[in-house]
Write a protein that binds this ligand. Structure first.
Ligand SMILES: O=c1ccn([C@@H]2O[C@H](COP(=O)(O)O)[C@@H](O)[C@H]2O)c(=O)[nH]1
Length: 237
């Protein structure tokens, strides 16, 4: 069975105060939080721990990509924060993915979901050619999703444009975490493979990641509700 759809707010801020202000404007239970490289480097594990202790599900989006031993150690450190989800790059290959899986399985308390980034949503076919990846984005994502599924990961990060192909690869319970979501008429920014919230859900995305359309809104909680409404139109939830 597919997981219930969820909305994850990307907290791309350069300081803890601004990030806390944003979280204080969001309604607990309506969305999850994502902490990425910028905020983590600026504000560190203590901020993540604070939100986890407050009851938030936190996706620690650090996209580990290194030799297996280093990634396993990083995954252990991330799991120690009792977060809901962590991720690595599928391009790290089978041994790295297996090492990450083993590290998370040995987590002493909460085992986070472990997902793998396939092809960044800022990439289009021309970018793939430039970096030497063969085929279309959906072909590359499918190959990498198959690697992640064989290593026993819990899902992948992809664009919603590939969500149905990933569901075929990994089965319904294999999560399709999709950034690059833009409500109709919003700025695309640096994203290239985008979908609206409704079309992302219709395509089989399980967890929608949305940053700037929420965090740059004058009414972030209202923006969350509008996106959730759009998601429910398709799920009937
Ligand atoms: O392929 C990927 C993987 C991660 N991201 C992250 O998601 C958010 C998207 O933010 P927006 O402001 O909604 O564009 C951001 O934190 C990225 O680091 C991604 O966009 N694509």
């Amino acid at each position: 069975m597919s997981p219930s759809p969820s909305l994850i707010v990307a907290l791309d801020f350069d300081n803890a105060t601004a990030a806390r202000d944003m979280v204080n404007r969001l309604a607990p239970g309506r969305c999850r939080l994502k902490v990425g490289k910028e905020l983590f480097v600026r504000a560190g594990p203590s901020l993540v721990r604070e939100w986890v202790d407050d009851g938030w599900d936190v996706f620690l989006d650090l996209k580990f990509h290194d030799i297996p031993n280093t990634v396993a150690a990083a995954c252990r450190a991330a799991a120690d924060l009792d977060v809901w989800m962590i991720n690595v790059h599928a391009l790290g290959g089978p041994a790295m993915l297996a090492a990450a899986r083993e590290a998370v399985d040995e987590a002493p308390r909460r085992q986070p979901l472990l997902t793998a980034v396939t092809v960044l949503t800022s990439h289009d076919e021309a970018t793939l050619q430039a970096i030497g990846l063969q085929g279309t984005p959906v072909e590359a994502v499918s190959r990498l999703a198959a690697l992640a599924a064989s290593a026993g990961l819990d899902g992948v990060v992809c664009s919603a444009q590939e969500a149905s192909a990933v569901r075929e690869q990994g089965g319904p319970s294999f999560r399709r975490v999709t950034p690059g979501v833009r409500p109709a008429g919003m700025a695309v920014d640096d994203q290239r493979r985008i979908q609206t919230p409704a079309s992302a859900i219709a395509a089989g995305a399980t967890d929608l990641v949305v940053g700037r359309p929420i965090t740059r809104s004058a009414d972030p909680a209202g923006a969350v509700e509008m996106i959730l409404d759009e998601m429910q139109v398709t799920t009937g939830g």
